[in-house]
Design a protein around this ligand. Structure first.
Ligand code: FES
Ligand code: FES
Length: 165
């Protein structure tokens, strides 16, 4: 089938999409966005998390055909085009808090964090842990990741420094 979808604001037209292809496959193999990771392909790890229609979902579980004409945001979409030199506050906080080890889970964690902070800009630790419960990390004990989310929330809340001061 032919399908269209908009990923991070860019429209794509794809031909010969098979019924068995997932949104995850389309993002990685057809559109060339490798940020969304494939770990379990069973909806268990959260590494493939993206936003579909603004809602967080596991892209490995979404048949590509169902995404026809719908907007998708991936981890690459956290930094607007032209702003790649300045890291987005979320990955910056993950780096600063030491929350990235192998980094395989990080894109999914970032998308879950973005989703949480868009709904709840000032979460407490329990809220952060609940929001990340669907995202598995094999490297860490999660504390650094939770710290990173709280750090990101604090930074996003803080007023931007005035220019020239
Ligand atoms: S790859 Fe989709 S949830 Fe694990
Ligand atoms: S940093 Fe390695 S799986 Fe999370």
């Amino acid at each position: 089938m032919r399908m269209t979808l908009t990923v991070n604001g860019e429209r794509h037209v794809l031909d010969d999409v098979r019924e068995t292809e997932s949104l995850l496959y389309v993002l990685r193999e057809r559109i060339g966005l490798p940020g969304t990771k494939n770990a379990c392909e069973q909806g268990r790890c959260g590494s493939c998390s993206v936003q579909l229609d603004g809602l967080l979902c596991c892209s490995c579980l979404v048949p590509a055909a169902q995404v026809h004409d719908r907007p998708v945001r991936t981890v690459e979409g956290l930094s607007p085009p032209g702003c790649q030199e300045e890291p987005h506050p979320l990955p910056r906080a993950f780096l600063d808090a030491g929350a990235v080890q192998c980094g395989f889970c990080t894109p999914g964690m970032l998308m879950a964090t973005e989703d949480l902070l868009s709904r709840s800009p000032d979460p407490d630790e329990a809220e952060v842990r609940a929001a990340l419960a669907g995202n598995l990390c094999r490297c860490s004990g999660y504390q650094h990741i939770v710290d990173a989310v709280l750090l990101a929330a604090a930074r996003l809340k803080a007023p931007a420094p005035e220019a020239g001061r």
